[in-house]
Design a protein around this ligand. Structure first.
Ligand code: PAF
Length: 282
């Protein structure tokens, strides 16, 4: 497995691979890899002959009071995990490789990023779009795999690729869960034992929502209220948002659900902010 740290070397390597007829599958990550990332890598390997993983904690997607400095950096373990997973190439640039001194160009998505995490983390998706666009330019993937856990990110990346006519196919990987339903996330490791137990409430709330939806409940306010009531039974949990939005536009729903909707929530359990979602299809 090859490790590349230079942006120029990465781009040149990608161009050579493409010229040789190699199909490139790409999984962008911020490292601290867990089984969720490994499932995305498996998908990339099924889709392409060369699997590339980027490991880069992207400063521009963290707000001033967020956990950029404390975000776990575990390159030795990540590298070993990539090797075991059959990754061909790891791209691990320094911040200055991705953001040269005086960098002043960014990518903004102006519709889907207004709600949900975009509303509570201003600028977050500008950072995500900017770094993913740069990574696509350097890695030149034919296919890139993103997790469904980050439902809003997935939809925004699809929109960026569509609007900027980027020649890359975006594939979604299903959320990987603990036995109690908690979605895998690098932030789960910060939960103490009691918080960890209570963190299952995100999944339980979504299950409750799905149960009521299956029983015929179509009012998004009633469904969101049912999720809120379930979360409220967990004292360590403080919701950031609990919403039912249109699955395509991510706009909040006012009337009954008549087309696919996304039930999404972000909840702080202790300090960590956890997210999860499910699609409701009438
Ligand atoms: O989902 C993530 O881990 C990040 O947002 C991504 C896509 C790697 C961009 O930094």
């Amino acid at each position: 497995m090859r490790i590349i740290e230079s942006a120029l070397e990465m781009q040149q390597t990608a161009l050579v691979l493409r010229a040789q007829g190699e199909r490139i599958g790409f999984v962008p990550t911020m490292g601290n890899l867990h089984a969720g990332h490994l499932s995305l890598i498996r998908i990339a390997r099924q889709q392409a002959g060369t699997a590339v993983v980027s490991i880069f904690v992207n400063p521009t997607q963290f707000g001033p009071n967020e956990d950029y400095a404390a975000y776990p950096r575990t390159f030795a373990a990540d590298r070993a995990a990539c090797e075991r997973a059959g990754v061909d190439l790891v791209f691990h640039p320094a911040v200055t490789e991705m953001y040269p001194e005086g960098a002043s160009v960014s990518v903004t998505e102006n519709a889907l990023s207004r709600t949900l995490c975009g509303a509570s983390r201003p600028g977050h998706f500008d950072g995500v779009c900017t770094i993913v666009a740069k990574l696509f330019h350097l890695i030149q993937p034919h296919v890139a795999v993103f997790g469904e856990k980050d439902a809003q990110q997935l939809r925004i990346i699809r929109r960026m690729v569509r609007d900027l006519r980027m020649p890359v196919e975006i594939v979604a990987g299903p959320t990987v869960r603990e036995p109690d339903g908690l979605a895998l996330s690098s932030r789960n490791q910060y939960l103490d034992a009691d918080q960890r137990r209570q963190a299952a409430c995100l999944h339980l709330a979504l299950e409750e929502c799905r149960r009521r939806f299956a029983a015929g409940m179509r009012d998004p306010r009633e469904l969101a209220a049912a999720m809120r009531a379930l979360i409220a039974r967990h004292p360590a949990a403080r919701p950031d948002y609990i919403e039912i939005v249109d699955n395509e536009t991510l706009a909040p729903l006012t009337g009954p659900i008549v087309r696919p909707a996304l039930a999404a929530l972000a909840v702080r359990v202790g300090a960590p902010r956890l997210i999860d979602n499910t699609v409701l299809t009438p």
